[in-house]
Design a protein around this ligand. Structure first.
Ligand SMILES: C[S@@+](CC[C@H](N)C(=O)[O-])C[C@H]1O[C@@H](n2cnc3c(N)ncnc32)[C@H](O)[C@@H]1O
Length: 233
C-alpha cells in the first residue's frame, strides 16, 4: 500500500484534487485513442468502485491500458493493496512512472510496458478506460475479454450509444452520474465471456481539444461505466 494510502473515507473533492496532479498524456496518439480520463470522471468511477462496492481498499487492482496512470494511482491513493498498470505506449508508461514518483505512490505499484494480452494472473478488481473503437472498430472488446479472464470485479468505460443532449445537460447540472440501461450488445458480449452487468452509470467526460479533427476547444460527451462481476463457475 502506498504511503498516502488511507482506509478512512476520502472526500470526492480531495480525490479529484489528487487526480488532477497526475499528469495526462503529453503527446496523445490518435490511433490509440490516447485521451486521459478527466479527474471528475475518474473520481466518480473510483468512488463507486471503492465506497459503493468495496472493490478498492485492500484489493489487488489492475489498470488495463493505464495511460499515464490516473486510475491506477487513484486506486493506490484510496488504499488498494497492490496496483498494476499496463500500456503498450512507452511515453505513457514513462509518464505513469514519473507520476507515481511525484505522488509518492510507488510501494505496491507496478508499471508494465506491453500489450494487455500479456497479462496473466488473478486480480480482485480491473479498471479500464479502453479505446472506444472510434479509430479501430471494436477496440474495446479485447479489453473486456482480458478483464473477464483475469478479474473478479470489473469497471469498464464505454461510449454511450447515442448523443443525448438532455442527458448531457442533466449530468452537467449534477456533476455526477445517472444509472442507465446496458447496451444489449455489450451485455450479451459480457455474458458470453463469463460476466454479468451489475449496473451502468452514465457520466460526463470533458476533454480539451487534442486532435486536429476536434473542432471545439473542449468536447463534452457521455461515457457509460459498466460495473461487471465475473460469474462464479
Ligand atoms: C483512452 S486511453 C486511457 C488511458 C488511461 N487509462 C486514462 O484513463 O487516462 C487508452 C489507453 O490504452 C492503451 N492501449 C490501447 N491498446 C492497447 C493494448 N492492446 N495494450 C495495452 N495498452 C493499450 C493506449 O496506449 C492508451 O494509453
Amino acid at each position: 500500500m502506498g504511503e498516502h494510502a488511507q482506509k478512512r473515507l476520502i472526500r470526492k473533492l480531495d480525490l479529484e484534487r489528487f487526480l488532477a496532479t497526475v499528469a495526462s498524456q503529453p503527446s496523445p496518439q490518435v490511433h490509440l485513442e490516447q485521451y486521459t480520463v478527466s479527474e471528475q470522471l475518474a473520481a466518480n468511477m473510483l468512488y463507486i468502485a471503492s465506497y459503493a462496492n468495496n472493490d478498492i481498499v485492500g484489493k489487488s487492482v489492475l489498470d488495463l491500458g493505464c495511460g499515464t496512470g490516473r486510475l491506477a494511482l487513484g486506486a493506490s491513493f484510496l488504499g488498494a493493496k497492490s496496483v498494476v498498470g499496463v500500456d503498450l505506449d512507452t511515453l505513457a508508461i514513462k509518464t505513469a512512472s514519473e507520476n507515481s514518483k511525484k505522488t509518492d505512490l510507488t510501494k505496491g505499484v507496478q508499471w508494465i510496458l506491453g500489450d494487455i494480452s500479456t497479462i496473466v494472473g488473478r486480480f480482485d478488481t480491473v479498471l479500464e478506460n479502453p479505446p472506444f473503437g472510434v479509430q479501430t472498430r471494436e477496440a474495446d472488446r479485447p479489453f473486456l475479454v482480458k478483464a473477464l479472464e483475469v478479474g473478479v470485479s470489473i469497471y469498464s468505460l464505454h461510449s454511450h450509444p447515442q448523443v443525448d443532449v438532455r442527458l448531457i445537460k442533466q449530468l452537467k447540472d449534477n456533476r455526477g452520474f445517472l444509472q442507465v440501461s446496458a447496451s444489449p450488445f455489450l451485455e450479451g458480449f459480457i455474458a458470453k465471456h463469463g460476466g454479468s452487468v451489475i449496473a451502468v452509470y452514465a457520466m460526463l467526460m470533458t476533454i480539451p481539444r487534442m486532435f486536429e479533427f476536434h473542432t471545439k476547444l473542449k468536447h463534452d460527451f457521455v461515457i457509460d461505466l459498466y460495473v461487471i462481476k465475473k460469474k462464479t463457475p
